[in-house]
Design a binder for this molecule. Structure first.
Ligand code: B12
Length: 300
């Protein structure tokens, strides 16, 4: 099996074609460099030895790193913005299918949909997009994620032993697309997810969590003003009988906050500043590793 390793040196990425081979002497897989390929953004199929040109790892690497792909993404973002404004969800789902067959769902959300929504916010703030059109964009984006979920849920069924994750926003927080995107991504990875965003009263969140019995609760905040409501919610969850591994708090609303070091009562609460969708899985694994270990022990 071959793959391309990306190495960053002084801000530039350089690529190496690497092969996994079996080392009989040490009884394990070892990696050997087949060829140095130069700047990652300039790697072309012709640089790859013939035997490896059809390897899926190679093809995906070239597609993801080529400067042509970056140009294509800029054009796609412009197209998505236009289609959101026109509320053309059929064409939006076509773009998703075209893009995700090569680059996947995660990259579609991270590199296309979220940046376009941030652009919508900037245009609205600058008075270049009226409130009604901003609402249309938001509603079209929600419909798009729903359609994506219909398509991806056919391919991924939640495993009965999967971790149970509850996603919510504090009372007063009406931004819900971030939660939908996280839900969609986690479902595609086989997690059992309940997303009750946006803005649910504290008592209802606690009552729901008592029934759903989540392993983990994720709270999303977009407006920094909602940190007070989030603290109340966190305190209520910690005071309840809900047995969770952790509460993860994230979203653009916590970016400007200075977060004090944890005291014992809050050791289950993690504020994840700047955590992108691609970083969420490792945060979840880290926060739930004790539960994962416990279930392995039970199985034994
Ligand atoms: C759509 C939108 C709305 C819609 C929301 C509809 C809905 N049902 O969601 C409506 C029209 C209702 C709205 C209302 C308002 N909005 Co608004 N809105 C937006 C907009 C344009 C897009 C939001 C979005 O969908 N983003 C895309 C998603 C995918 O990204 P995300 O939420 O950041 O989530 C990602 C990450 O942050 C992370 N993440 C999120 N949660 C969590 C949680 C955890 C645990 C982790 C690990 C990670 C994580 O993962 C997500 C996926 O990648 C933003 C622009 C922006 N910059 O976000 C403004 C924006 C957020 N809104 C803003 C404002 C001011 C408002 C209003 C106050 C306007 C008003 N005067 O009424 C109200 C407040 C409503 C309220 N009380 O909540 C400002 C906030 C400014 C600030 N710094 O506080 C923004 C930034 C616009 C701007 N440029 O000024 N808004």
């Amino acid at each position: 099996m071959v793959f391309i390793r990306d190495k960053k040196v002084k801000g530039h990425s350089y690529a190496y074609l690497v092969r996994n081979t079996w080392d009989d002497k040490n009884g394990r897989v070892k990696q050997e460099i087949v060829k140095y390929l130069g700047r990652s953004s300039k790697v072309a199929l012709d640089d790859i030895p013939k035997d490896f040109q059809n390897d899926p790892n190679v093809v995906t690497f070239i597609a993801c790193h080529s400067s042509d792909t970056q140009k294509m993404e800029i054009t796609m973002k412009e197209e998505i913005l236009e289609l959101l404004i026109r509320n053309d969800t059929n064409s939006l789902i076509n773009i998703f299918e075209r893009y995700s067959q090569f680059f996947g769902l995660l990259r579609f959300y991270e590199r296309l949909l979220a940046p376009v929504m941030y652009k919508v916010g900037e245009l609205w703030e600058a008075g270049k997009l009226d409130v009604a059109t901003e609402h249309v964009c938001s509603s079209a984006a929600h419909t798009l994620v729903r359609l994506i979920n219909e398509r991806t849920s056919r391919n991924s069924v939640a495993n009965r032993k999967a971790l149970r994750i509850l996603i919510c926003t504090p009372e007063g927080e009406y931004h819900s697309l971030g939660c939908m995107v996280i839900e969609s991504f986690l479902r595609s990875k086989g997690y059992s997810v309940s997303n009750i965003a946006p803005s649910v009263p504290f008592d209802s969140i606690i009552a729901f969590a008592n029934k759903f019995e989540p392993d983990l609760i994720m709270i999303s905040i977009t407006l920094a003003d909602n940190i007070g409501a989030t603290n109340k919610l966190v305190n209520r969850i910690l005071a309840s009988r809900i047995s969770i591994c952790a509460i993860l708090v994230g979203g653009i609303g916590i970016e400007s906050l200075s977060i004090k070091s944890e005291n014992d009562k809050f050791k289950k609460v993690k504020f994840l500043k700047g955590t992108k969708l691609s970083g969420i899985l490792s945060s979840i694994k880290e926060a739930t590793k004790d539960r994962a270990r416990a279930s392995v022990k039970i199985k034994k």
